[in-house]
Ligand binder design. Structure first.
Ligand code: GTP
Ligand code: MG
Length: 310
C-alpha cells in the first residue's frame, strides 16, 4: 500500500469506528490491566494519538522498576476528544500494574483479584490510591462503605503484555480470567502486546502463547509498539490501533451479569435401602407371579377333573 492508500484506509477506519460507536448506548468503560511497566499508560496515550493525531500525557507514563501509575485514572472522551461530533468514544481506566506476588489463583480472594473485582463493579472512586488499598487488603483489612456505581462498571478488559518479558505471569492471567468470566460478570477480554519494536516476537511465536494464556482469539490481540511523546504520527500504527479499537467497541461484544442458578443438594440414597417406589413395584410383581401360579394350578386341576369325568 502506498502512502496515499494508507491515509485513505485510515480515513475509512475512522468512519467505520464512528458507525460502530453509533450502535452503542453509552461509551464503554475499558479497563487496562497488566504487569508493572508493561506499557498500559503508553497504550492509552497511543490510542488517543491514533484518534486525534496529537500526543499528550493523558495517562502518566514512566520508566524504572517501580509503579508509575498507582491510582485509578478514568480518561473519558470529554478529556481527549475536542472535536464537534459527539461520539461514544471509550473511557480508558488506567490502574496500577499487578504484582504477580499478590496473585494466587488457588485462593479465592487474593489482593489482585479483590482490587480487580472492586474496579470491575464500579466500587472505587477516581484517584483511589491502589497502592495503599493493596497494602491494606494484604494486611487482612477490608474496605468499608462500598457502593457500586453502575456508570463506572467495566465493559471490556484489555490485558497489556510486554513482548520483552519472556516469563508471562500465569497467576495474574488466571486471576484475570476468573474475574472476567466466572465471578459476577462475563466481560470481553482483549490483548495488547507492546514493545514489539524491542523484541523478536516472530521468532518466539509469543502472540500464540499470549492468546493461549489469556484465552482469546488471535483477532482480539493487537501487536504494537506504543507511541513515545516525541514521535511523529505513523499511519501504519494508527491503522492497526483503529482496527483493534473497532473490535473492542463492537456492541455485540458486551459485558453481561451472570445469572447464577440456585441449586440444592441431591437427596442421598443409602445403597442397601431401595426407594419406596421400587419396593412397591417389586411386591406387585411377586403378587402377580403368585396369582399366575395359583391360576395355573387351579386350571390344571380343573382340566384333570374334566378329562377324568369324560
Ligand atoms: N520501546 C518501547 N517502549 C515502550 C513501549 N510501551 C511503553 N514503553 C516504555 O515502557 C516504560 C513504561 O511504560 P508505561 O506506559 O508507563 O507502563 P505502565 O504499564 O503504565 O507502567 P506502570 O503504571 O508503572 O505499571 C516507559 O519508559 C515507556 O516509554 C513500547 O511499545 N516500546
Ligand atoms: Mg501506568
Amino acid at each position: 500500500m502506498n502512502d496515499e492508500a494508507k491515509t485513505e484506509r485510515k480515513k475509512e477506519l475512522m468512519e467505520k469506528l464512528k458507525e460502530t460507536l453509533k450502535d452503542l448506548k453509552k461509551p464503554k468503560n475499558i479497563l487496562i490491566v497488566g504487569d508493572i511497566g508493561a506499557g498500559k499508560s503508553s497504550f492509552i496515550n497511543s490510542v488517543i494519538m491514533a484518534l486525534t493525531g496529537t500526543y499528550d500525557y493523558y495517562a502518566d507514563v514512566g520508566g524504572g522498576d517501580r509503579h508509575r501509575t498507582t491510582s485509578i485514572s478514568r480518561i473519558g472522551r470529554n478529556i481527549y476528544w475536542s472535536q464537534d461530533d459527539v461520539l461514544n468514544l471509550p473511557t480508558f481506566i488506567d490502574i496500577i500494574g499487578f504484582d504477580p506476588q499478590l496473585s494466587d489463583p488457588s485462593q479465592e480472594d487474593t489482593v489482585n483479584s479483590m482490587v480487580m473485582n472492586l474496579i470491575i463493579n464500579g466500587c472505587l472512586p477516581e484517584n483511589c490510591d491502589l497502592l495503599d488499598l493493596s497494602k491494606k487488603l494484604k494486611d487482612g483489612q477490608e474496605p468499608v462503605e462500598i457502593e457500586e456505581n453502575k456508570s463506572l462498571a467495566v465493559d471490556a478488559i484489555i490485558v497489556v503484555i510486554s513482548a520483552q518479558c519472556s516469563n508471562l505471569s500465569q497467576n495474574v492471567f488466571s486471576e484475570i480470567y476468573k474475574e472476567a468470566n466466572t465471578k459476577t460478570k462475563k466481560i470481553p477480554v482483549f490483548g495488547v502486546l507492546t514493545k514489539v519494536d524491542e523484541s523478536c516476537v516472530q521468532e518466539e511465536k509469543i502472540d500464540d502463547k499470549i492468546c493461549d494464556a489469556i484465552n482469546i482469539d488471535s483477532n482480539k490481540l493487537l501487536m504494537c509498539s506504543n507511541y513515545k511523546p516525541e514521535d511523529e504520527p505513523d499511519v501504519d500504527k494508527d491503522i492497526s490501533i483503529l482496527e483493534f479499537l473497532i473490535t473492542v467497541c463492537n456492541p455485540r461484544l458486551k459485558a453481561v451479569t451472570l445469572q447464577k442458578m440456585e441449586c440444592k443438594p441431591k437427596p442421598t440414597v443409602p445403597p442397601d435401602i431401595q426407594p419406596e417406589s421400587t419396593q412397591s413395584c417389586n411386591s406387585f410383581a411377586i403378587l402377580l407371579g403368585v396369582c399366575m401360579v395359583v391360576i395355573g394350578i387351579l386350571y390344571a386341576i380343573a382340566k384333570y377333573k374334566f378329562t377324568k369325568n369324560d
